[in-house]
Design a protein around this ligand. Structure first.
Ligand code: GDP
Ligand code: MG
Length: 290
């Protein structure tokens, strides 16, 4: 991960309030909110305050990084969100078909507005949307994918400041050119831990051993063979995590003293876990909500 993504490690109440005010303003200019969340954490990678802010707007909820998520657990989450009336998509944003799937869904959500435009004798106007979500969920990727090689800016509309510049994506869709960045929820320790495990927030937010312990507890009980294969080791679900890290450090040829061994091994483990190299996971179960 680049240093850039590590900038907003700490969110103070002042930051939070300012971010929310800016977001509220942006939301007032759009018809729909395109909210991104991570398919590996379908609840905790959403920002609870956004859910309230955007209450009166149509929303398209897109779970990104499906290529890294557990498909059967994710399917349950999608069912759940659909059952409470959300429009949801689950996408690998790096996949070729992603832009088309998004546009199809946007057109679905735009139908009411276009009917209304027509009834008033107006030419149906493009749907205006804001892309938003916590850091690292794929906001920039999605905007770039939708924009493709066309990057025409839309002329300012009366009453809109330069900050609310839109980009024209198609005849049906215009996006605010910069995403609305939301702070992650840090209020729940176990959610914070999981956000760090998947790399949505920086590892430095918590002691590294806490993160690697949680990761190893998960991987050794649910994907032991993948763990052994990946590092060419032979551990069991009962093995101690520090022993596993030691073996990983040996197998990767890490040198430089015991503390360094653990730290380097834990970093390798997290990086590879985040990249899906130790299996595909969705780290929270929809049953926990009920
Ligand atoms: N595997 C995978 N990686 C993705 C996907 N979407 C985005 N990424 C990667 O996730 C990282 C963060 O994406 P970015 O668009 O910068 O997130 P932002 O902070 O919300 O703007 C980048 O390295 C992207 O390439 C996806 O669907 N699958
Ligand atoms: Mg970005």
């Amino acid at each position: 991960m680049s240093g850039k993504k590590h900038r907003n490690i700490h969110w103070y109440p002042g930051h939070m309030a300012k971010a929310m005010r800016e977001l509220e303003k942006k939301i007032s200019f759009v018809d729909i909110i395109i909210e991104l969340a991570d398919a590996r954490l379908p609840f905790s990678s959403r920002n609870k305050q956004l859910i309230k802010l955007g209450e009166n707007k149509k929303r398209l909820l897109i779970f990104t990084k499906v290529d890294l998520a557990d498909q059967s657990e994710l399917a349950k989450w999608l069912n759940y969100y659909e059952s409470i009336g959300e429009s949801v998509l689950a996408l690998n944003l790096l996949d070729k078909s992603a832009p088309k799937q998004i546009l199809t869904q946007v057109k679905e959500l735009g139908k009411d507005k276009w009917e209304k435009d027509k009834r008033r004798g107006l030419k149906p106007q493009p749907i205006r949307a804001l892309v938003t979500g916590i850091p690292n969920v794929g906001k920039s990727t999605l905007i770039n994918r939708l924009r493709g090689s066309r990057s025409a800016k839309v002329a300012n509309r009366p009453g809109l400041t330069r900050a609310q510049q839109f980009i024209k994506i198609s005849a049906e869709l215009e996006l605010i050119d910069t995403p609305g960045v939301l702070p992650p929820n840090y209020d729940d320790k176990s959610a914070t831990l999981k956000l760090a495990m998947i790399g949505t927030i920086p590892l430095e937010i918590l002691p590294l051993h806490e993160i690697s312990n949680a990761t190893l507890d998960l991987v050794k009980t649910s994907n032991l063979s993948e763990l052994n294969k990946r590092y060419n080791i032979e551990v069991s679900a009962d093995s101690e995590n520090y022993e596993i890290l030691k073996l990983i450090s040996n197998s990767r040829g890490i040198v430089g003293g015991e503390d360094n061994d653990y730290e380097q091994a834990a970093k390798i483990l997290q990086k590879e876990f985040m990249g899906g190299l130790l299996g595909l996971y969705t780290l929270e179960s929809v049953d926990a909500l009920k």
